[in-house]
Design a protein around this ligand. Structure first.
Ligand SMILES: Cc1cc2nc3c(=O)[nH]c(=O)nc-3n(C[C@H](O)[C@H](O)[C@H](O)COP(=O)(O)OP(=O)(O)OC[C@H]3O[C@@H](n4cnc5c(N)ncnc54)[C@H](O)[C@@H]3O)c2cc1C
Length: 350
């Protein structure tokens, strides 16, 4: 439980921010304050390869000013750290090499991060708003008696951050008085830092070697050769309008292939078993902001829009001209998807 004092540490300050606070921030950047800031950016890895999707944390750290250090852990952490050292904007990369951190278990990572944050004296700790970041950072923040600020889309100053609430229907500006600010940042709002051109030093991290009650047993991952949903340039998403898993699989992959797109789905489609859970777009799924988002048989509920409304061009196919998706769509086709999708796929494949 967080104490009342902790709750008061995080205040909504929307009315107080704006051009004035931004100019104060600009001044503080050039002042000694910026030199006192230091950020730890948590970098993700999978099977020894740095996940560039997590490099938005470095970009966010650079916006704060002050040095940004990267943090990697896992069984090949030292070699990943060499790769991460080339990331632009990092001054140092801290590596904790141990099998215990390979699978990203929050129970193992939390004490590890606590020790390294204390040692580095960081004022800000940033992770991507990914499943990994969302799982790990709240534990670390709680262990250091601070509140995490989730899904940050903009950094106004060293203590003031913008984040969506109510499935993106309201935008909150929050100010934190916690001595260490813990942020997860929305990947579509902070471009990944460049992976070449940097020359950070690499340092061994502190390993508390805490005995964990949790053991990684196995994982079952959906394999796909398609572009990764969260970072794809184009996304074709299917909804309940597709009626069945068979129809989803018959119509959506050929259309996605014709466009070179990743596949997404609404929660109704996922809950009905048409598509894998990892493909869900929306408030409780993934956030995407591709150049093109094509919604097929999706009504456009606010929880779905929360995950895709920042897409550059939104297109939709829906038989109901009053479906809410048409209110956000740049291009809409009113029609029966069972006729329109094969027609469109054929034209695109020509
Ligand atoms: C807390 C919470 C979190 C949620 N999180 C998410 C989330 O992350 N992502 C998400 O997507 N939803 C989420 N939802 C669910 C959301 O509210 C909607 O229920 C869901 O998005 C609806 O999915 P849908 O558009 O596929 O289905 P529907 O709303 O049933 O829409 C189906 C659409 O298909 C059209 N259609 C039907 N037949 C055809 C046809 N033959 N040709 C063309 N069009 C056709 C219909 O006109 C309709 O517009 C959440 C809800 C809650 C309460």
């Amino acid at each position: 439980m967080l104490s009342a004092a902790r709750h008061s540490a995080l205040r909504a300050v929307r009315a107080q921010t704006g051009p004035k606070s931004q100019s104060l921030f600009a001044q503080s950047h050039s002042s000694s304050l910026a030199r006192l800031l230091s950020t730890l950016a948590i970098l993700e890895q999978k099977d020894g390869v740095l996940n560039t999707g997590s490099l938005g944390a470095v970009t966010a750290g650079q916006k704060l000013g002050g040095p940004v250090h990267g943090f990697v852990a896992g069984k090949n952490a030292k070699s990943i750290a060499q790769e991460a050292a080339k990331v632009q904007g990092l001054e140092k990369v801290i590596a904790a090499e141990s099998e215990a951190y390979e699978r990203g278990l929050a129970e193992n990572w939390a004490p590890l991060l606590v020790e390294n944050i204390k040692k580095g004296g960081y004022t800000h700790v940033i992770a991507a708003h990914s499943a990994f970041g969302k799982s790990i950072l709240p534990r670390v923040a709680a262990l250091l008696d601070a509140q995490q600020i989730s899904d940050v889309t903009s950094i106004e100053s060293e203590d003031t951050f913008v984040r969506p609430i109510y499935a993106g229907n309201a935008i909150l500006t929050v100010q934190s008085t916690d001595p260490i600010k813990f942020l997860t940042v929305r990947q579509t709002a902070f471009a990944p830092a460049e992976t070449e051109g940097g020359s950070a030093s690499v340092e061994e991290g502190v390993d508390p070697k805490v005995e964990s009650q949790t053991e990684w047993v196995s994982e079952s991952l959906a394999k796909s050769d398609r572009p990764e949903l969260a970072s794809a340039e184009k996304v074709v998403s299917g909804g309940r309008g597709l009626k069945s898993k068979e129809e989803f699989e018959r119509l959506i992959p050929p259309l996605a292939d014709a466009l070179g797109a990743a596949i997404g789905a609404s929660r109704a489609a996922v809950d009905s078993g048409f598509a894998d859970n990892s493909l869900q777009v929306g408030q409780t799924g993934k956030n995407v902001a591709p150049q093109l988002y094509l919604a097929v048989g999706i009504s456009g509920a606010i929880q779905h829009l929360a995950g895709m409304k920042d897409s550059k061009v939104i297109a939709c196919i829906n038989k109901d001209p009053d479906a809410p998706i048409f209110q956000v769509a740049d291009v809409g086709l009113v029609g029966d998807l069972f006729e329109r999708v094969p027609e469109l796929t054929e034209k695109l494949a020509r």
